[in-house]
Design a protein around this ligand. Structure first.
Ligand SMILES: [Zn+2]
Length: 402
C-alpha cells in the first residue's frame, strides 16, 4: 500500500497537481524535544520574526539531503550549536559539509553534529529562500538541511506553487485549507525524527519564500488553523488542476475506496486552458515509449486504450508490436509518455498516419478538489467552505482541534 500511495503521490505531484495521499504512520520514534515542531527557536537568532516571538507553530521541511554539502547565503549568517552557544559567524556565503557526524564550516573548522543557522536579512539554502531558521545535521557523512518554517508561511508557499494569484480569494482559501490539512497530518507523523516533510514531490512542493504574492499569504491567514476532517480524522485532501467535467473516484485512481473522494460532476472548470487538450505523439516518440515499456517497436506498433473507469478515464493501455503485446496501467503509460504531454487519462488515442493523436480533457489524476472548478465556483459566489464541501462531500471543515 505504501508503495502504491507513494507512486500515486509521485504521479499527481509531477503531473501539475498535488495533495499527496497520506503516508503510512511513522515508526514510534520520539524526536528529541529540541527538534519538535512548534518549539520556538532559542533566543539569539539573528532575526526573530514576530511569529517566532509569539510561539507560533512550525513545520520542519527537509530542503536538502542525500549529499554531503550545502551552500548558505545571507548578508550575515550565524550558527549556534545545540547547546545554544554561538558557534560560527560569516558574511555573504558559507559552504557546509558533513564529515562523518560533524559539520565542517567553510572548509576549515569542524563543528558539532548539529547547527541552527539564521541569516539577516534572510537566508538562502541553495536556491531557496527560507523564512525561519535552518537546522543542519551531519549524519554518516550526509548533511541534512531542515528549514523550520512558520506553519502558515509554508501553507502560503505551497499554494503559490499550485495555482495562480489571480484565482478568486475563495478558491485560494479552499486550496490553503487542503494544503494545511495535508501538512498537519504529515507533521503529526514525521517522516524522520529530524523533519516532518520533504520539500519535493513526495510531500507538497515547497520552493521557498521567494515571490509569494500577498493573495497567497491572505488565503493562509484568513483560514488559519482550518482543516478538513472525516469522522473526526484529518481527510486526504488531494487536488488536481482540472477534472474536465467529472472528478475521479479514489478507488479507480488508486485502488482504495475513500468515501469523500468519489466522482463528482463539475461544470465549473470549463474555462481552464486544459479543459480540452490535444497531443500528437510522433512515430519516433511512440517507438521510444513502446521501448521503455518493454515492447520492441516494429512497423506494426499499436497503442490503444484497453479499459476505462466508470468516469470514462483510461484505466489500461495496450502496446502491441511484432507479436509482443503488453497491457499496463494507464497511469504507468502516462508517466512514461510524460505528464505534461498526456495531461490526463480522460483521453482518446487515435492512430493517424503512423502517429497517434491524443485528445483529452483536464489535467491531473482528477481525484478530489478541481482547482479550476474551485475558481469557477468562487466566481459564481461560493465560499471556500462550500467549495471544500463539494469536492470532499461528507467531511467537516473546522479548527485543528476537533
Ligand atoms: Zn472540474
Amino acid at each position: 500500500m505504501k508503495s502504491l500511495l507513494l507512486f500515486a503521490a509521485g504521479i499527481l505531484l509531477l503531473s501539475g497537481c498535488a495533495g499527496a495521499p497520506p503516508r503510512e504512520p511513522a515508526p514510534p520514534v520520539s524526536p528529541p524535544a529540541a527538534t519538535r515542531p512548534g518549539v520556538a527557536p532559542r533566543p539569539g537568532a539573528v532575526v526573530e520574526t514576530p511569529s517566532e516571538a509569539a510561539g507560533t507553530r512550525f513545520i520542519r521541511v527537509l530542503l536538502s539531503g542525500g549529499t554531503s554539502g550545502v551552500v548558505l547565503e545571507g548578508e550575515t549568517i550565524r550558527a549556534w550549536g545545540i547547546d545554544g552557544r554561538l558557534a560560527a559567524e560569516a558574511a555573504g556565503r558559507v559552504t557546509l559539509a558533513a564529515v562523518g557526524e560533524r559539520i565542517r564550516w567553510n572548509g576549515s573548522r569542524l563543528l558539532g553534529d548539529a547547527l541552527d543557522v539564521a541569516g539577516a536579512p534572510n537566508l538562502r539554502v541553495g536556491s531557496r529562500k527560507v523564512a525561519g531558521r535552518v537546522r543542519l545535521i551531519a549524519r554518516r557523512g550526509e548533511l541534512l538541511a531542515v528549514a523550520v518554517e512558520p506553519f502558515e508561511a509554508y501553507v502560503a508557499a505551497v499554494v503559490s506553487r499550485e495555482v495562480p494569484p489571480r484565482f478568486h480569494p475563495e478558491a485560494l482559501a479552499a486550496m490553503a485549507v487542503a494544503v494545511r490539512t495535508y501538512a498537519v497530518g504529515a507533521a503529526a507523523k514525521p517522516r524522520d525524527p529530524a523533519y516532518d516533510v520533504v520539500a519535493g514531490v513526495e510531500d507538497q512542493v515547497f520552493d521557498g519564500m521567494d515571490g509569494i504574492a500577498a493573495a497567497f499569504r491572505e488565503a493562509a491567514d484568513r483560514t488559519r488553523g482550518v482543516v478538513v476532517r472525516y469522522r473526526g480524522e484529518l481527510a486526504r485532501t488531494v487536488y488536481h488542476s482540472t477534472c474536465g467535467g467529472r472528478t475521479e473516484d479514489a478507488r479507480s485512481a488508486w485502488g482504495k475506496d475513500i468515501p469523500y473522494l468519489r466522482a463528482q460532476s463539475c461544470d465549473d472548470c470549463a474555462d481552464s486552458p486544459v479543459y480540452r487538450w490535444e497531443y500528437r505523439m510522433s512515430e519516433a516518440e511512440g517507438r521510444r515509449v513502446a521501448g521503455a515499456l518493454g515492447v520492441p517497436p516494429g512497423k506494426d506498433l499499436r497503442i490503444a486504450v484497453a479499459g476505462r473507469t466508470p468516469t470514462g478515464r483510461a484505466s489500461r493501455v495496450r502496446v502491441t508490436s511484432g507479436g509482443v503485446s503488453r497491457e499496463l496501467q494507464a497511469a504507468e503509460f502516462r508517466k512514461v509518455a510524460g505528464y505534461a504531454k498526456v495531461r490526463s487519462l480522460k483521453m482518446e488515442i487515435v492512430p493517424v498516419a503512423g502517429e497517434w493523436r491524443f485528445t483529452g480533457e483536464g489535467w491531473g489524476h482528477g481525484v478530489g478538489l478541481c482547482q479550476f472548478g474551485a475558481n469557477g465556483m468562487a466566481r459564481r459566489g461560493a465560499g471556500f467552505r462550500e467549495i471544500l464541501a463539494r469536492y470532499y462531500p461528507g467531511t467537516e471543515i473546522g479548527g485543528e482541534t476537533p
